[in-house]
Design a protein around this ligand. Structure first.
Ligand code: FES
Length: 333
């Protein structure tokens, strides 16, 4: 049995067959729904179900039961159970349509243990037209054309883009390709991509929670807010395993000078005994420090496990689904 799916922004409609996901139906009809992983983990394909109902063969990790009950769905996993009307998850500031460019490597350097800092420069004409939202990501392409996704770690300004790349031993890009890169090399990239970004209209105290290189898009968001006269209070929690993984620790401490009200809490899950700071999982540290999260705009970026737990625990502490933004990622070989 087929059902009709109505998209409200942009207005369009298409049919989905039984057993087909909303995203598969949209693909077949030539309609673009934002998406990334297609596995139900990243959350990029979240939509609001304005009318009708949807279900899942297996409930996906990228959405909580509370969010589903509040009318959110993951289009890459959800099946229509009736005719449905879908709204974009949120209204977003405009940005450029995704496009491919040949960018030039400006610098590659090690950033602490196991992380590389890559800077690339876009061609002038592409940079002049590019508008992206802090928090978005790019695809960098391997020689065989397969993409690897990385969030930009710098504010949208000019044609230089920074990335924090976790070097994984089997990583075709983050290890083999990055080790061989030199200034002047060309890289094919596609940008801007993704719905995770800063929502300036959601003016509330900011709580930013990252694990590992999930710091990158959080840094881009914070850089876009630095030195503003009426910025909100900012609390940044960064969870890593060991002190050696705090690859931007000194720089982050200088950010306090760029905000009226900024706090930074690094949290180590495998600290050695000399560590004087917080221990455990970063989401637990947040929950200990904020018994009431009802007034915050919350941005989460990092491992699926952190995002899943943080969503569940923070909603229980009063956080609002309408003010909670998440970007979950896994490392690709
Ligand atoms: Fe649906 Fe990633 S594309 S959760």
């Amino acid at each position: 049995m087929a059902y009709r799916v109505h998209l409200m922004e942009p207005a369009a409609s298409f049919e989905v067959d039984e057993g087909e996901t909303l995203l598969e139906g949209a693909d077949r009809a030539g309609q673009h729904l934002p998406h990334d992983c297609r596995f139900g983990t990243c959350g990029t394909c979240r939509v609001r179900v304005a009318s009708g109902s949807v279900g899942y063969q297996e409930f996906p990790p990228g959405i909580s039961e509370e969010e589903a009950a509040a009318g959110f769905a993951l289009a890459c996993q959800a099946h229509a159970l009736s005719d449905v009307t879908l709204l974009p998850e949120r209204r977003l500031a405009p940005c450029s349509a995704p496009a491919r460019h040949m960018a030039t490597v400006s610098a590659v350097r090690a950033l602490g243990d196991g992380v590389s800092h890559l800077t690339i420069t876009l061609p002038e004409a592409a940079a002049a037209d590019l508008v992206y939202r802090p928090g978005q990501y790019v695809n960098l392409f391997l020689e065989d054309g397969s993409p690897r996704s990385f969030s930009m770690a710098s504010r949208p300004e000019g044609g230089q883009l920074d990335f924090h790349l976790r070097r994984i031993p089997e990583g075709r890009f983050t290890h083999h390709r990055v080790n061989a890169l030199q200034a002047g090399d060309l890289l094919e990239i596609e940008l801007p991509l993704g719905n995770f970004c800063h929502h300036p209209e959601d003016y509330r105290p900011l709580l930013l929670v990252a694990t590992g290189t999930g710091l990158a898009p959080i840094k881009a968001i914070l850089e876009s807010l630095m030195d503003s006269e009426d910025g909100p209070p900012v609390a940044l929690y960064w969870g890593v395993r060991t002190e050696a993984d705090l690859y931007l620790h000194e720089e982050i401490q200088t950010w306090a000078e760029r905000f009226d009200d900024f706090s930074y809490v690094p949290v180590l899950s495998r600290a050695d005994e000399d560590w004087q700071g917080r221990r455990g999982h970063v989401q637990q540290a947040v929950a200990e420090d904020f018994p009431d999260l009802s007034e915050h705009a919350i941005y989460l970026c990092g491992s699926p496990a952190m995002i899943e737990e943080a969503r569940r625990d923070f909603l229980a502490l009063g956080a609002s689904i309408d003010h909670l933004y998440a970007d979950s990622f896994t490392f690709q070989a």
